[in-house]
Design a protein around this ligand. Sequence first.
Ligand SMILES: *Cc1c(COP(=O)(O)O)cnc(C)c1O
Length: 359
Amino acid sequence: MTAPRVEVDLDKVAANTRVLVDRLAPLGIRATGVTKAALGSPDIAAAMLRGGAHGLGDSRIENLARVRSAGIAAPLTLIRSPMASQAEAVVREADVSLNTEAAVLAALSSAAQRHRVSHGIVLMVELGDLREGLAAVDVVDAARRVGELPGLVLQGLGTNLACQSGVVPDQAKMDELSRLVEQVEVEIGRPLAVVSGGNSANLAWALDTVDVGRIDDLRLGESILLGTEPLERTPIPGLHLDAFALVAEVIEAQRKPVQPWGSLAQTAFGDRPVRLGSGTIRQVIVALGRQDVDPDGLVPPPGTTILGASSDHLVLDAGDHELAPGDELTFGLGYGALVRALTSPFVATVVVGAAAAGS
Ligand SMILES: *Cc1c(COP(=O)(O)O)cnc(C)c1O
């Protein structure tokens, strides 16, 4: 089979979604499945919907278009602030977008009128992580102004924490978002349909708190795909951690000295990897590199150690494993490594498990 390849078990993606949806539902919180790590794969989008996600989100309009053209009918949200230059595509491909900028809203309004569609707006609020978001003091005014723009409908408010600065979504932050929702509702005289509290980093708060306030939606990517939460990268109980695996092929297997020889300078990517000890090891080269995956997020097979990676070569100490060229090795993936692998043109994505057998 082609290598390198990411093997995805869609039933595990669906099962992870189902567990999270079922835990959040009693709290009145829906899950928006985030497909950005998977280039908007229609297979993965469909698995999230089978698992009960009420809609899908992606940061790239191209990915949403891919989901849409596969005939998936769920509501689609653009979760990165739109580029003004893409306003036409945004109102065509997305039902809703997350926004902060008046100029972008004006462009979306014009585009929505030209296309005779109604485009939903969620205003993002800055609560301290210092990525996207309006200052809290400006939110009510911005909400009123969205109401004055033809073709746009204010759906609600949202926030995003933990991504840029690692700021933890806690009760105080979520209470602040809920208070802003109430202020906006007083101003516009109607209830907001969406209060999107954050991403997978919000799960610990949501599943622990006694009061979710007005939060009724979370945008979940990593937790669904990898079964981990992004704050400490700990496994979430009951979720599959192995819905994805990366398989790559050995191209050299030779006994080599542990230590390089000659005078030493920089490597292709800067720092020299540390090679500890002396004597010889079973060294293998796998046809996998930084153009395929982020080596820092790779979990090597048990008993092997990653010694370094360049653009196209991953070098491992194979330990006691007797490996030969043509053998395949299977790696686990962290979030960064998964994103890079699924978006690399050199890495195939192959569906495995019961979903593959049944199709
Ligand atoms: C990536 C992203 C998400 C999903 O984050 P996960 O940690 O993968 O759940 C949600 N919202 C926004 C705005 C994002 O950029």
